[in-house]
Design a protein around this ligand. Sequence first.
Ligand code: NAP
Ligand code: G4F
Length: 360
Amino acid sequence: MKFKKALITGITGQDGSYLAEFLLKKKYIVHGIKRKSSSFNTSRIDHIYANKSFKNKFFLHYGDLLDPNSLTDLISKIKPDEVYNLAAQSHVGVSFQLPNYTSQVNSIGTLNLLHAIYDCRLASKTKFYQASTSELYGEIQESRQSEKTSFYPKSPYATSKLFAYWITKNYRESYKMFASNGILFNHESPRRGETFVTRKITMGISKIIHGLEKCLYLGNIYSLRDWGHARDYVEMCWKVLQYNKPDDFVIATEKQYSVKFFVEQCFKYLGIKIKWSGTGLKEYGKIINCNFEKYSSLKKNMVVIKISNKYFRPNEVNNLIGNASKAKKLLKWKPKTNIHQLIKEMMDTDLEYTRKLKLK
Ligand code: NAP
Ligand code: G4F
């Protein structure tokens, strides 16, 4: 039996790790590109590497989106059936501090990868998935954003992803490549990077519970997002490439919550009641009630959330909510995990992680 071969860029990231697991379960041979780093950067995929049943099915290679030679070299050797381009400088806030670098990696990096496939004369064989983003909608032009909604990017990150979105379509049209965009709304998990807001919250609360921190500092808590689970969304990346033609798909839960709501629900899940007071930079959240015997680090009226100027962006995307009816209809998709299940999984994992951290 001939197994399909997939090449994943960004395999060491949140989505890359879930996608690798998903494809291996589907009997793919999975190749991943990892960057050279001065410290270990494979913690999200070490368990896959250690799994004996994936021996000779899972391979890691050094490479970088900014090193076209490494991409051509790998693609010519592997000859993948499917390439998933998940690699990016993916932090919107950081992109304001690293606009040039972000643009190089996210825009030119995507071009480098597409062109490597073309150069290796694999344009008619290899399917290409581009990790596009709801950040493209930025200053929203329609109350629910679909594939037909106009883009209005508001950060160097979003602008760089706009180039990547269009160059993907361009290679589809010019060279008849099966090149598709998944326009994914925010998706989270216990493997989310610790500086993205949901994970920052679940990790921050866990550290407060275990007495490792006193207070969590956040930026714009009135920002609204459509949050799904990364595990559900990587299945969609795969489905996008199994569709009968290359196309672009919005993937979203179609439900929207604020950052403030996410904070409240995390505390609520733990049986802790908080109260908000103040406004603007002076807004704060304090503990009103909980089982103080169980949570010995907490005290009544303890201020656990404060607002810091540091976490506001020069240009904010305030409001995102997707319309995923195309994917629901054509790819037969519906999200499996709701916000409360997501919070439970993230809180449970981070509480256990910080409990062990405290024992060290
Ligand atoms: P992530 O956790 O930040 O992972 C990014 C990955 O890209 C990491 O493996 C990183 O390697 C790698 N990378 C960065 N620069 C690279 C370079 N120059 N060459 C090769 N690899 C490089 O991101 P994610 O949340 O999994 O998201 C995956 C993709 O989907 C990204 O393109 C992101 O922009 C996009 N996206 C994400 C969301 C979301 O809500 N998560 C929504 C829409 C779109 P290191 O581990 O070495 O840093
Ligand atoms: O978690 P975030 O940093 O994610 P953001 O900016 O929505 O971007 C993520 O989702 C995109 C899809 O729409 C991806 F393309 C992108 O790669 C990334 O995965 O911030 C969410 C919201 C923002 O409005 C931010 O201003 O939360 C607000 N926020 C409030 N306080 C904060 C904080 N964000 C962070 N990171 N840290 C805070 O302290």
